[in-house]
Design a protein around this ligand. Structure first.
Ligand code: ACO
Length: 452
């Protein structure tokens, strides 16, 4: 099969949010720390009616309905998540409830876990299946979903929650490029979840940022090499991409990440060209990248160099990240949804999109998508983009809750996350129509869901 990639995409996120300015006041931090310092406006959160299963049920069901798919069209379903509510039973197995009534039970694929990277591993598994001898002409669905909550403290404003589902198949409008993927993996304790009784991670914030930037440097260097080989003598640098999307823990890090790519480009520029292309920056020429993660002079210089590129190639992808927060595995794919929502079809058609996926611990890959040129009203790209047009409206329809309420919800979640039997108390009236919600957990920890 040729041109394997993304044919359709759907996003689901909670209907509740907390305002980051109000959270700054409540937390007693200096004004602007979360909104300007981290680049975050709103943070989505789930009350006790939503868990990882319900988020995934919602996004898969909505994808199928909105795209008029038949259940029997699907031959594989992969889930990437780090939100674990059961040490054995997968989210995928829970999603079988959607397929069984239609007689569809031959559905390969299960859950994949490593921090925010699981969605990307799931995507690669689905693509590999379609390219394999086991493929049976059906589509795959990939779901990336998480609920990101942190204990009280500096990481708390970088939470969020959401799910993205993608329909994968041949002849797609968003084609996953072959033979260019660049991966970097390493054993490190920057962010992990060793306490199985809590929803909260153990996190070394500063180390996680250092690891993220180091992984970005390493993947970008390898991607450039692999892509240059494929495109013969074309120089691969920032200009090669029309759009660049990142796993987005908080938006400010992404502005710095684009600066980081410009710094990498600068360091590979031949000495004769440096003063011409980068006037005034000659004194940075002999930098050791590994010593620059928190170097404010370098950061500032390359934020300036890359400002135009950031605004054009990356900022349109930060809508969901800014309005919802970190959705962990769904973050990068929420970036893709945001880009498709914020640009018109002529801007997207024919473009090259770079993507950087990062999951602490760590696993990271840079890969790319080539968008088909065809953008008329009957094109697959048109259909894909039309189906997610309402994301902005849905974000606006959410309900704001106070920081006090937010903290109460988190405390309640943390107390009850492994309780059985359990009857959720939150009202269902605020949920978006079509949302699955937790109705009950019985004495044997079995969870039951209904649809709003
Ligand atoms: N106005 C404007 N900016 C401000 C203000 C203010 N009043 N106050 C602080 N800032 C800036 C700071 O200067 C800093 O920006 P800079 O780094 O560009 O200098 C930024 O706001 C954050 O302030 P810090 O003091 O660095 O924040 P803190 O250390 O309290 O927490 C952190 C930040 C480490 C990111 C924390 O939120 C965290 O641990 N988050 C979870 C880990 C994470 O997301 N890691 C990323 C990769 S791993 C993953 O995806 C989970």
């Amino acid at each position: 099969p040729e041109n394997v990639g993304i044919l359709a995409v759907e996003a689901a996120f909670p209907s509740l949010y907390v305002d980051q300015t109000e959270l700054e006041q409540y937390d007693g931090v200096s004004a602007g720390k979360y909104v300007i310092g981290l680049g975050q406006s709103k943070m989505g959160l789930c009350n006790d009616r939503e868990d990882i299963n319900s988020l995934c049920l919602t996004v898969v069901q909505n994808l199928i309905e909105r795209f008029n798919l038949k259940y029997s069209d699907i031959g594989r379903l992969d889930v990437g998540t780090e939100t674990i509510i059961d040490k054995s039973k997968s989210v995928k197995s829970v999603l079988m409830q959607l397929f069984e009534p239609h007689g569809v039970t031959d559905l390969e694929g299960l859950d994949t876990t490593n921090a925010c990277y699981g969605g990307t591993a799931a995507l690669f598994n689905a693509v590999a299946w379609i390219e394999s001898s086991e493929w049976n002409n059906r589509y795959a669905i990939v779901v990336a979903a998480d609920i990101a909550v942190y204990a009280e403290g500096s990481a708390r404003p970088t939470g969020g929650a959401g799910a993205v589902a993608m329909l994968i198949g041949p002849n797609a409008p968003l084609i996953i490029d072959r033979n260019v993927r660049a991966t970097y993996m390493k054993h490190v304790y920057d962010f992990y979840k060793p306490d199985l009784t809590s929803e909260y991670p153990t996190v070394d914030g500063k180390l996680s940022i250092e690891c993220y930037l180091h992984a970005l440097d390493t993947c970008y260097q390898l991607y450039r090499k692999r892509a240059a080989k494929k495109t013969a003598d074309t120089l691969v640098d920032l200009n090669y991409f029309d759009y660049i999307l990142f796993h987005t823990p908080f938006c400010k890090l992404i502005q710095k990440s684009v600066g980081r790519l410009a710094l990498n480009d600068f360091l590979q520029t031949s000495p004769e060209l440096v003063s011409k292309l980068y006037p005034g920056l000659d004194n940075f020429k002999n930098l050791d990248l590994t010593k620059t993660y928190f170097d404010k002079d370098v950061e500032k210089a390359f934020l300036t160099v890359s400002k135009g590129a950031y605004q054009k190639k990356t900022e349109p992808s930060l809508l969901m990240a800014n309005q919802i927060g970190n959705m962990y595995t769904a973050s990068l794919y929420g970036g893709l949804v945001s880009l498709l929502v914020n640009c018109n079809i002529e801007q997207i058609a024919g473009s090259k999109v770079g993507l950087f996926s990062y999951g602490s611990g760590l696993a990271s890959t840079m890969f790319s998508i080539t968008v088909t040129k065809d953008c008329n009203d009957n094109s697959p790209l048109y259909k894909l983009m039309s189906n997610i047009k309402d994301v902005k409206t849905r974000l606006e329809q959410r309900q704001k809750i106070s920081p006090e309420k937010f903290v109460t919800i988190l405390e309640t979640r943390n107390q009850n996350c492994h309780k059985a039997p359990f009857a959720p108390l939150s009202s269902i009236k605020d949920l978006f129509l079509g949302t699955y919600y937790l109705n009950e957990i019985d004495g044997m920890f079995r969870r039951y869901y209904r649809r709003h």
